[in-house]
Write a new protein. Structure first.
Length: 416
């Protein structure tokens, strides 16, 4: 009975040890060195049973059971290792797929970001182009352009947006669409006068967008990186037509109020301007005067020297008027060889002095055209508001009557 019990105990303990070694990480060394464990355990068990058992045949029973357990255990381990290997392969394969998907995602996200950025750019551009096409007012067009690129690039990236208006080396005007930076404007003006380009000015993008009577140069002071600069140029190129249309409208408007030969205001525009001055004078009790000027014997100049010389004389006379009148008043070409000067706020004596100064300057001026020397004189008639009329028609008629008296009384004089 004792022999059977011992035999039973050894048979039960063997699978228990195997089971525990599989489940407990601390006994995992038994799994790694199981061949040695099998040999020692079987040797000890068989040896003890061989000594204690009278019938030596019974020793084969536990031995056979041990062999059966070993086969089962090895089959389990082999199956487990196979499963683990296949699982590892599956995990590795899935890891590779995940990495590939992550890579594809990153690429697709990059493409998406680029596409989205392009969409935003084109949306803003089309909105801007639509707004520009609705307008022919250059100021409104420029202000819309400035606000759009400021929103697109960031307010801290765009310092100044404007158009420089030039004629050869001269700066005619500076149209600002952003808050004015007078120091920057002065640098831009001086640079143009000296070099007629903006090479070497850091952060300045300058591009001529139109040239006819004057050249219009887009000036943008920015803090953009090299990769963003093409975006800004893209905005300029795609809205260029809208700006040109506004500039053309501006030039047509300019031509409709300024005489192309002399640069003085045209009669129709000047009448509208004078009507506004009448309203101001009436409201604020201001005074003003009109000086009507006519070139004496101008037909003789045309007949003697030709109309080209006649045009030259008209142009030079206009320059003299602008130089003498300056900010004191406004000058217009009233028609043919007649000119009208508007002088506000001055007393009658001051206006007469101005007219006399203009007359004597013209009398003493030598009009030199190529090899031709021309001398001319002018006659002037002056009317005063409100003493001689309270509307433009009456005042112009009064000035014209006095001009006629000047001519009838010998010309080259001022009549009041």
């Amino acid at each position: 009975m004792d022999t059977m019990l011992i035999n039973f105990i050894f048979i039960i303990i063997f699978p228990l040890i195997i089971y525990v070694s599989l489940k407990n990480q601390k006994l995992s060394f038994l799994v790694l060195h199981r061949d040695l464990f099998y040999s020692i355990y079987i040797f000890i068990t068989i040896s003890i049973l061989y000594v204690l058992t009278k019938n030596k045949f019974f020793v084969l029973i536990p031995f056979s059971i041990f062999i059966l357990w070993i086969i089962i255990y090895e089959s389990y381990i082999t199956a487990t290792e196979k499963i683990n290997k296949e699982g590892t392969q599956i995990i590795n394969s899935l890891s590779e797929k995940i990495k590939l998907l992550e890579q594809n995602y990153a690429e697709l996200k990059g493409e998406y970001d680029i596409g989205y950025h392009e969409l935003v750019k084109y949306t803003k551009l089309f909105t801007l182009a639509e707004e520009i096409n609705k307008n022919v007012d250059l100021d409104k067009v420029g202000n819309k352009f400035y606000s759009t690129i400021k929103e697109y690039f960031g307010a801290d990236k765009i310092d100044y947006v404007g158009i420089l208006v030039t004629k050869k080396k001269d700066v005619i005007d500076h149209i600002s669409f952003s808050p004015q930076d007078m120091n920057l404007i002065q640098i831009i003006n001086n640079t143009w006068i000296e070099k007629q380009n903006f090479l070497g000015l850091e952060g300045i993008l300058a591009e001529e967008i139109y040239s006819n009577i004057y050249s219009y140069i887009f000036i943008i002071k920015h803090r953009l990186s090299e990769n963003l600069l093409p975006h800004l140029k893209f905005f300029i190129s795609e809205t260029k037509i809208g700006f040109i249309r506004s500039i053309l409208f501006r030039e047509v408007e300019e031509l409709s109020r300024v005489d192309g030969l002399t640069g003085l205001y045209l009669r129709r525009y000047f009448i509208n301007r004078l009507n506004n001055e009448i309203l101001l004078a009436t409201r604020y009790n201001n005074v003003f005067s009109l000086i009507m000027i006519d070139i004496d014997f101008f037909k003789k100049v045309n007949d003697t020297y030709g109309h080209i010389v006649g045009d030259f004389v008209l142009k030079k006379l206009a320059e003299i008027l602008l130089e003498q009148v300056k900010e004191q008043g406004l000058c217009s070409r009233w028609g043919g060889e007649e000119f009208l000067v508007f002088v506000p706020y001055q007393t009658q004596q001051e206006v007469v002095q101005l007219a006399e100064k203009i007359r004597t300057t013209v009398e003493n001026y030598i009009f030199q055209y190529q090899d031709k020397t021309i001398k001319i004189t002018i006659s002037c008639g002056i009317s005063f508001y409100p003493q001689e009329g309270k509307d433009i028609t009456t005042l112009v008629e009064e000035a014209d009557k006095k001009l006629y008296k000047a001519k009838q009384s010998g010309r080259n004089k001022v009549v009041i």
